[in-house]
Design a protein around this ligand. Structure first.
Ligand code: F6R
Length: 599
């Protein structure tokens, strides 16, 4: 959802800004641009598409202050003219922005009518530099113009801007989109994600909502909405020690799938003692009569799995919502509801709005998030760390595996609290973490070659396996563009069988012994209509029952209830290899961004 950068220092502002920007490409890659101040003038370079296109255009000019942007288009097509940075009509201000300015039409009309300025782009963002120009004569200082202009904006924003007459200073503002500043001895870095500061600074500042910053090499000042100075302390970069880039892997996605055993071990260390679920005490749970889980996309699927675990082991009602539906459904929640918000990034706008709503109704809010400095982590009553480490590939893999593992552990923990039992889920997950290995790649790679020319594919399962089917299907469609859908195995004849034709691939997930026969029956119905059935199981299935199956992707054996954690890896890898075989970059599939910071 757009990434922004600011840089001041003794290195080339163009090169340094664009290098920093590469760390934010997961946030969008429709266009990219950079603006620097050179000899008292603003110089802008922009390119459609990925940052690599911009990189080919930039030259080092000797400028040492710059702002840069990578865009996920919301208002206005992903063209060069709509790419950021945007500049004011008098070329004095250049701005990069992440978010949406909801009242831009109204402000644009006011500025055009009163000043005669004509806007150059279709974007909402352009209103910011034009507003800065429009207001600059009526304010005493540049920072007061900046704060005043930002206060007129409605919506969501992280903004970095430069003024050609103040060539040593960056102006920053934040409301609901993330923004961070790091200061080294002789360099200043601004970014939408502190991951950009790895190996560059030891600490950083976080801007909170409706805070502003004016920063130069000599001075950093933070302001509130009224222009009053505020004091802020820095945060240590030590949480980022684990981030080492792609290492030997061709893509982040493959690296992140391979990190699963490390992640499981990290979860064990974090949740082994009371640090993990410690704040969800027996006393807290005595007042709770319902659990609600909310998330989007893969995080929603993790929630679906969590709800099944909770209802099975804790026997408490657990409802699951897609965040954007939750917000407008007038959900039945109150102070006796425990609401769990699942979000890898902790930035997803719908999930954040859902949390606000739940809080306003008095619910106890828990955030299961991978980013401990995220907005979600700051807003909830209790944070459960996902422990996956930075996830850069757009398709979520290790974070999903971690989320369902933690939700499983939470369900077992709540079961122990409620029934005074001593189920040793720690030992169970410890075994999983120690024995976990990635599946044999050859059959997965072979299958991926067959999928390359498929237009559609189908996934079925029952119970937990149905949830895995949903996540497997999402993974395949988002990075291979194969139209795929998931269905409960028992639903086949209630509609979707109509889609099965000769040669359709049907992935059948069957990891629960008790549901195996029913699942195979459904698969047989699809086979009878021409489907190629691929079975995913760890069970020793009687071959007389599977003689219609085209291929079996045999899974390692763990307790049935842990199989969702294991079996999803096969699908993550299958999607990855199919994507690569189709010539797609799985880290950056079309039309997607990793952090969806607008509704
Ligand atoms: C799928 C994917 C998205 C995210 C969704 C929620 O692979 O990555 O569906 O899961 O946008 O994002 P978070 O978890 O950051 O709230």
């Amino acid at each position: 959802m757009c990434g922004i950068i600011g840089y001041i220092g003794n290195k080339s502002a163009e090169i340094e800004s664009v290098n920093l920007l590469k760390n934010l490409e997961y946030r969008g890659y429709d266009s990219a641009g950079v603006a620097v101040i050179l000899d008292g003038e603003i110089k802008v370079t922009k390119a459609e598409g990925k940052i690599a296109n911009l990189e080919q255009l930039i030259v080092s000019t000797g400028a040492n202050i710059g702002i840069a942007h990578t865009r996920w288009a919301t208002h206005g097509k992903p063209t060069e003219v709509n790419a950021h940075p945007h500049i004011s009509d008098n070329n004095e201000w250049a701005v990069v922005h992440n978010g949406i300015i909801e009242n831009f039409e109204m402000l644009k009309q006011e500025i055009e009518t009163n000043s005669g300025v004509k806007f150059a782009s279709e974007t909402d963002t352009e209103v910011i530099p034009q507003m800065l120009e429009y207001l600059s004569t009526s304010h005493q200082s540049t920072i007061s113009t900046f704060i005043h202009a930002c206060n007129r904006l409605k919506g969501v924003f992280a903004i970095a801007c430069i003024n050609k007459n103040i060539p040593d200073t960056l102006f920053l503002a934040k409301r609901k989109s993330p923004l961070y500043v790091a200061i080294n001895n002789d360099e200043i870095f601004v970014a939408s994600d502190p991951i950009c500061f790895v190996d560059k600074a030891n600490e950083y500042y976080t801007l909170e909502d409706d805070e502003f910053c004016k920063v130069s090499l000599n001075c950093v000042e933070f302001y509130d909405i009224n222009g009053n100075n505020i004091a802020k302390s820095t945060i240590d970069m030590k949480d980022f020690e684990q981030f080492k880039g792609k290492e030997q892997y061709p893509h982040f996605m493959l690296k992140e799938i391979n990190e699963t055993p490390t992640v499981l071990n990290r979860i064990m260390k974090t949740y082994r003692d009371s640090l993990g679920f410690g704040k969800i005490t027996k006393e807290v749970m005595q007042d709770i009569n319902k659990i609600v889980i909310v998330g989007c996309g893969t995080a929603y699927h993790a929630g679906l799995m969590g709800a099944k675990y909770i209802e099975k082991f804790v026997r408490i009602e657990c409802n699951i919502y897609i965040a954007s539906e939750f917000i407008y459904s007038n959900p039945i929640i109150d102070k006796r509801t425990l609401c769990i918000f699942v979000s890898q990034s902790g930035e997803t706008a719908d999930t954040l709005s859902a949390q606000e709503l739940a809080k306003s109704k008095g619910a106890l809010t828990v955030g299961l998030t991978n980013v401990l400095y995220s907005v979600l982590a700051k807003k909830v009553d209790i944070v459960l760390p996902v422990c996956a480490g930075p996830e850069i590939a757009v398709a979520s893999t290790k974070a999903y595996t971690a989320q369902i593992t933690i939700l499983y552990m939470l369900a077992r923990y709540l079961q122990n609290i409620k029934f005074n039992s001593l189920f040793d889920y720690i030992a169970q997950i410890d075994t999983l973490a120690n024995l976990f290995t990635l599946p044999n790649l050859q059959p997965i790679q072979d299958l991926s070659k067959e999928l390359v020319n498929q237009k559609s594919s189908f996934f079925i399962g029952k119970g937990f396996d149905y949830v895995s089917a949903e996540e497997a299907s999402l993974k395949l469609k988002e990075i291979t563009y194969i139209n795929s859908s998931a269905h409960p195995a028992g639903e086949l004849k209630h509609g979707f069988l109509a889609l099965i034709e000769d040669g359709s691939y049907l992935f059948v997930i069957a990891t629960d012994e008790a549901l195996l026969d029913k699942t195979l029956n459904s698969a047989h119905e699809a086979f009878a209509r021409g489907a190629k059935v691929v079975l995913i199981t760890q069970l020793d299935v009687d071959t007389s029952k599977t003689n219609f199956v085209y291929k079996v992707l045999q899974q390692p054996k763990f307790d049935d209830e842990l199989m969702p954690i294991v079996s999803i890896i096969t699908f993550q890898l299958l999607s990855y290899y199919t994507s690569v075989a189709k010539g797609i970059n799985p880290d950056q599939p079309r039309n997607l961004a990793k952090s969806v910071t607008v509704e």
